[in-house]
Design a protein around this ligand. Structure first.
Ligand code: ADP
Length: 333
């Protein structure tokens, strides 16, 4: 019986998989994108053809992989999962594409990190369902055309701007996922708590949602940490308990984590509010520039703590207030 505690596979990845919504109806928020996808899939179904290629962009944890799975599920087609970093040669992509069955949905996560040679092969594959395979070397090299089964590519990227235009142009539908509202994250937490058998009053749900950085994956992760806390300490999951658990994991009262705060501290204290370049900021915060740019910055910009100018990143008054540092232009807000 799967509900026996010792029989539960509680590894983080397994839980994440189990909590994924299986249909567009169960998918919380992103109303516009959901409506657009619904139409796209319905038209393809009526015409009995694979749907157009789909590009999903947005910060990690907002539901790109989940939507790819839903696309496959709703169009009743098999799904193949791959990622840009796994495609380092054109040959890797040729092997993958030529093994697809008709109508299969191919998900390529981090599609902006594919090898350049593979990218060029993908243009032709997306457009004509055909690739050219190079055989031989030097003057004797020839290319052999190979027809592919029609497929639907679902590409995901943290930043659509990183994709070369010819690739971006070949996606018939492009959607940008936005950070979720607190009310939407409350729904995510409510659904997950029910699935995991966690009794969590509304106030506790709201507290987790408020501290989840607009991100369903984080909401689910914090829910599990709160659950751990209650397993150890017992008691109801009221706001005080939820807060105590989240404080323990360095998630502050507005949901910023240690890296968010390291970036803010560097910007406000070390660089006196900027402007400062991305690389300098990244070195000071001790993190890769790509992570700062695709994970940390979008959220800090979205909540009005950071601004991006042609001369670099700047701290906004709200950031000073949050850190309790007097703003150079005057009193604390
Ligand atoms: P991404 O591919 O954008 O990094 P995922 O699709 O892997 O994000 O989503 C991360 C987790 O968040 C999933 O396990 C899923 O359960 C949850 N999740 C994401 N979006 C939603 C949503 N709209 N509604 C409910 N749960 C979601």
């Amino acid at each position: 019986e799967a509900s026996e505690p010792e029989a539960l596979d509680e590894s983080e990845l397994a839980v994440e998989g189990a909590l994924r919504p299986g249909s567009l109806d169960e998918f919380v928020g992103q109303h516009k994108v959901r409506g657009q996808l619904q139409l796209l899939l319905q038209a393809a179904r009526i015409q009995q053809r694979p749907s157009d290629h789909i590009l999903l962009s947005g910060p990690p944890g907002l539901g790109k992989t989940t939507l790819a799975m839903i696309v496959a599920h709703e169009s009743e087609r098999p799904l193949r999962l791959s990622s840009g970093p796994a495609i380092q040669h054109a040959g890797d992509l040729a092997a993958l594409l030529s093994s697809l069955t008709p109508g299969e949905v191919l998900f390529i996560d981090e599609v902006h990190r594919m090898a350049r040679s593979a990218e060029e092969m993908l243009y032709l594959a997306m457009e004509d369902f055909r690739i050219d395979i190079m055989v031989g070397k030097g003057a004797g090299a020839t290319s052999i055309p190979l027809d592919l089964a029609p497929f639907t590519l679902v590409g995901a990227t943290t930043r659509a701007g990183l994709l070369p235009n010819p690739l971006r142009d070949r996606f018939g539908f492009t959607a940008h996922l936005e950070y979720y509202e607190v009310a939407e994250l409350e729904q995510v937490v409510e659904r997950s708590a029910a699935m995991l058998g966690i009794r969590l009053p509304a106030a506790g749900r709201a507290e987790i949602a408020r501290r989840s950085r607009g991100t369903p994956r984080i909401a689910n992760r914090l829910l599990r940490r709160v659950r751990d806390y209650s397993v150890v300490h017992g008691g109801d999951l009221d706001v005080a308990t939820v807060s105590a658990a989240l404080d323990l994991y360095d998630v502050d009262e507005i949901g910023l984590d240690r890296l968010d705060r390291a970036v803010l501290e560097a910007l406000v204290r070390r660089f006196r509010g900027g402007p400062v370049g991305l690389n300098t900021l990244a070195v000071t915060a001790g993190e890769e520039p790509e992570t700062i740019e695709s994970v940390v910055e979008p959220y800090l910009v979205r909540i009005g703590f950071m601004g991006r100018t042609p001369r670099g990143r700047i701290a906004m008054p709200e950031a000073y207030a949050h850190l309790g540092v007097p703003h150079p232009d005057g009193a604390l807000r």
